[in-house]
Structure formats: structure tokens, C-alpha cells
Design a protein around this ligand. Structure first.
Ligand SMILES: [Zn+2]
Length: 301
């Protein structure tokens, strides 16, 4: 795929491919003036952005030689001119190396060069909470975090995972105490000199009507941790359609002992039947991961 990144038309472009059939493109434009349409031969989506004074001035020199072309070839309607313009753009894109596009994208998402530590809650002998149909928290958190890792790496970040399979993190495995297991996760984040730390969990309550999303941060951790927790929570609520339980202070070990801005996110309640169903579906996992990535991007933005 060809990706054209022109920062003079917009401040922010995010592109991510989740599967062979779906590419997500988010464009934040400098003004709301845009036009989207499709054209054929070859099939393509054309997005015209911006008509402001500054933009028009910048494009003028490029357009000039084409006015002369037009004289030579007599009558050309608007549609043909647009086709020509699009072809020119494609020609301009071709020589650009893939890694150059990657670098430009990384700069635009704000995640280029960032180190992000991700902790999928529980694992191995610790299943975490169990849902009404038997879904285990440790598997849901791992699925979300593996998807999240892909998205963040596509956006140019370096991702450090506390675990990437169904295991305990401490070298003592199932013999580790709770604190030893949690400290092993903290050590990975601190030693990696990560810019931020996120521990991903599913909530649970004996009352199965409890539901929703909570962002937690260590109270003494300061406003950066609060901002991270808040932005990730807000994006999950928006994109998963869960109820917001707010951004709250906590005393959880992993966010208390990590050196960088840190949050523990309770994505939804595994004990609430609808949320268990949502977060054990491929679509739900993908949405949760995308929302968390967008929250991280907002935090750095
Ligand atoms: Zn948990």
C-alpha cells in the first residue's frame, strides 16, 4: 500500500492494519473543509483536504507547470484534472522507501522512539478472575496486550512486555509470592527505562450487575500518571461503549513501584456476562487494544 503523508494539510495521521482486509486511517485535519469520494481505474478513495489560504499558496508553484500542459492538450474537464493530480501524487510517492514512510508515520503518531511497558495481568498458575462462562482474566488480558503490542509497534514505539504467553513472570514461577511475582513485572519496566507503564486487567465482582471501565493510578504518582489513566479509560469507554467508572487513585503494587508514569486499567468486568462475551470476542479484543493505543497516543500528543 502507498501512504502519502503531507503534514501541511493536517497535524496527525494514524494508519494501522489489523488484518489483511482492514486498514484504519485516522486523519486530524487543520480545518474541517474536506471532500471524500471514490474513483475508478484504478479503484481508489480520494480525500481532498483543506482549502485555506496557506495551503493554497503552498500548492501553487506545483500547479503552475500543469497550466501550460493544459494549453497544449486543449479541453480537459475537472474530473480529468483531478485524475492527473492523483496520478502525479502516485508518481511522487513511488520513490519513497517504506522505512521512510514508517519514520514519517512514527513522527505523526507521537509514539516514535517511545518505550512502552505493557503488563498483561496475571498468568500461569494465577488465572485472575473467572467469568460466568469460564473465561479467565489471564487469557483476556494477554489477548488484548498482544494486539496492543502490534498496534504500538506499527506506530513506531518500542514495546516491552512483562509476559507474552501464559506464564508467571517471576523466575520462581508458581512458587513466587504475590509480591515477588508483581516485583518481577515492576523490574522489567524499570530496567527497560520505559516512558510509561500500563497494567491491563479485567474487573470482577460477586454482584454480576457490576460493569464498566476504570482507570487507576497511584495517588502520589502525580498528574502524569493521572493523565495517562484518564486518557486510556476515556478511549475505552468511547470505543467499547462501556460505562465509565471514572479515573481513581489506588495503591496497587505495580503502579506504586514503577519509576515512570503508570496506570492499571480495568478494561471491563469479566463477571458481567455481556462484558465477558465482548472481551472474549476477536472484535472486542481488537477494539479494546485500539482504544488503549489511542489513549496512549493522546497522552503523548
Ligand atoms: Zn486482575
Amino acid at each position: 500500500k502507498d501512504i502519502d503523508v503531507r503534514s501541511k494539510f493536517g497535524s496527525h495521521i494514524k494508519i494501522a492494519q489489523f488484518n489483511p482486509k482492514t486498514v484504519r486511517v485516522v486523519i486530524n485535519t487543520l480545518n474541517s473543509n474536506h471532500n471524500v469520494f471514490t474513483m475508478e481505474n484504478p479503484h481508489r478513495v480520494v480525500i481532498d483536504i483543506g482549502n485555506g489560504g496557506a495551503v493554497a499558496k503552498k500548492t501553487e508553484p506545483k500547479a503552475e507547470p500543469r497550466k501550460e500542459e493544459k494549453k497544449d492538450t486543449s479541453v480537459k474537464d475537472n474530473k480529468e484534472k483531478k485524475e492527473e493530480k492523483k496520478e502525479r501524487r502516485r508518481e511522487e510517492i513511488k520513490p519513497v522507501a517504506d522505512n521512510e514512510i514508517d519514520r514519517e508515520l512514527a513522527a505523526l503518531t507521537g509514539l516514535g522512539g517511545k518505550i512502552i511497558a505493557i503488563d498483561p495481568g496475571h498468568g500461569g498458575s494465577d488465572a485472575g478472575a473467572i467469568g460466568p462462562t469460564g473465561a479467565m482474566e489471564k487469557n483476556v488480558t494477554l489477548d488484548i496486550c498482544l494486539e496492543l503490542k502490534k498496534i504500538l509497534e506499527d506506530d513506531g514505539a518500542t514495546v516491552v512486555m512483562t509476559r507474552e504467553s501464559d506464564v508467571e513472570v517471576s523466575p520462581k514461577k508458581s512458587k513466587a509470592t504475590d509480591v515477588e511475582e508483581l516485583q518481577a513485572r515492576v523490574d522489567i519496566a524499570n530496567e527497560s527505562k520505559a516512558d510509561i507503564f500500563l497494567s491491563i486487567h479485567m474487573d470482577s465482582f460477586t454482584n454480576r450487575t457490576a460493569r464498566g471501565t476504570t482507570g487507576y493510578y497511584f495517588g502520589a504518582g502525580g498528574s502524569t500518571s493521572r493523565s495517562l489513566a484518564d486518557k486510556v479509560r476515556a478511549n475505552i469507554v468511547d470505543q467499547l461503549g462501556t460505562m465509565s467508572r471514572g479515573t481513581q487513585t489506588c495503591n496497587f503494587y505495580v503502579v506504586k513501584h514503577t519509576d515512570m508514569p503508570a496506570t492499571l486499567i480495568e478494561v471491563a468486568f469479566i463477571s458481567y456476562p455481556d462484558e465477558e462475551k465482548l472481551l472474549t470476542s476477536k472484535e472486542g479484543v481488537r477494539k479494546a487494544a485500539t482504544a488503549i493505543a489511542d489513549g496512549i497516543s493522546d497522552y503523548f500528543g
